[in-house]
Design a protein around this ligand. Structure first.
Ligand code: GDP
Ligand code: MN
Length: 335
């Protein structure tokens, strides 16, 4: 038997896709994927879902970032998944390395201690480079300078529902700066001195905090202690100009100078979340309730009409929103 079509010529079995009508109004936005060459198949898994559930209709570009050059094979197969522009960037080594002023003896001791205590990624320097990069350097990459909004996508995540509207335009039109799907508690062992540093920063720069910020999301006692709540940063739809602002720039530089990315294991999730909670107005932080999403081992599965409207394929009974380890109820209470 003949294949359904040959040499690109449709025969009677071939049903061509409808030509896509790209919306006239779009935001200045891109997907951002930070990955290794070895993450190829895993990021394609995520990207295919992004394309099918959303981007086929919207055609937002992709920026891939890596601390090592991408291979030709990686670039070829990833680019084949989309009709949208795809760019590949090499991260400058000064954005992806332990600063020379870090006391290596102290950093090594901290890593060994964390290995002993089975802290996840506790012994890894590359993981620390990654957390510092995502906290303070990704939005400084050359390829991202032309963009304002980004959607961060990691390898092997799942998108359960059709996204039939433009979340970037939602961010823009409603002046949102940070969007999330899952929030939870950080491991204390990775951030013992982070909140002390944050308090020192606030004392020095009180004018950078708007009165209606999201402090109650991160502190249950008006800023005395950190409740360890943070937005899970493997999913982010956010405004890079917020990270580029004076407030966040000062904040990141201050934290970086404390060395906690290496003497401890500060994650980009708490650092971004603290930045968003302190320097944005609370109504600028958006919960993407309609975006069904999973990053192991947690998922947000839209409920009720949202589940139906998105034609979601997740089990509505499996939903992290109000599990004991979730911080979503603290977000709800802001409003
Ligand atoms: P987890 O989600 O905290 O378990 O960490 P991941 O292993 O998923 O890493 C977070 C993100 O950083 C993912 O997008 C990874 O692909 C990426 N990543 C982690 N380590 C490296 C690295 O050494 N090089 C590059 N280029 N990307 C990395
Ligand atoms: Mn991950």
């Amino acid at each position: 038997p003949q294949p359904p079509y040959k040499d690109g010529v449709p025969d009677m079995y071939y049903k061509p896709s409808e030509p896509v009508q790209i919306p006239e109004r779009k935001a200045n936005a891109t997907f951002v994927m930070l990955v290794r060459n070895s993450d190829g198949p895993n990021i394609m898994n995520s990207m295919k879902q992004i394309e099918d559930r959303f981007n086929k209709k919207f055609q937002y570009p992709y920026v891939f970032l890596n601390d090592k050059p991408f291979t030709d094979n990686f670039k070829k197969y990833v680019s084949q998944l989309t009709d949208a522009p795809v760019e590949f960037g090499l991260i400058p080594s000064e954005h992806w390395s332990q600063p020379e002023w870090i006391d290596e003896t102290k950093a090594t001791a901290a890593r060994e201690d964390m290995i002993k205590n089975s802290v996840i990624y506790g012994g890894s320097v590359p993981y620390r480079n990654m957390c510092r990069f995502n906290s303070g350097f990704f939005y400084k990459q050359e390829l991202l300078q032309k963009y304002k909004y980004y959607w961060r996508v990691e390898p092997d995540v799942k998108f359960f529902c059709d996204v039939d509207y433009d979340p970037f335009l939602l961010m823009q039109d409603q002046q949102k700066v940070y969007g999330f799907t899952i929030s939870l508690y950080e491991y204390e062992a990775t951030i013992p001195t982070l909140w002390g540093a944050v308090k020192d920063f606030i004392k020095e720069n009180p004018e950078l905090l708007p009165a209606d910020n999201a402090m109650p999301f991160i502190s249950d006692d008006g800023g005395v202690t950190y409740n360890r709540c943070h937005f899970w940063s493997n999913f982010e739809i956010a405004d890079m100009d917020f990270w580029r602002s004076e407030a966040y720039t000062k904040f990141f530089n201050f934290l970086d100078s404390r060395g906690g990315f290496y003497y401890e294991r500060w994650g980009d999730a708490p650092v971004h979340s603290l930045g968003a909670a302190l320097f944005a107005k609370r109504d600028q932080i958006h919960f993407f309730n309609d975006i069904g999403y999973r990053h192991e081992p947690f998922q947000h599965c839209p409920q009720g009409d949202l589940h139906k409207n998105g034609k979601c394929w997740c089990d509505p009974g499996s939903n992290f929103d109000y599990e004991w380890y979730s911080c979503l109820s603290r977000y709800d209470k802001l409003f």
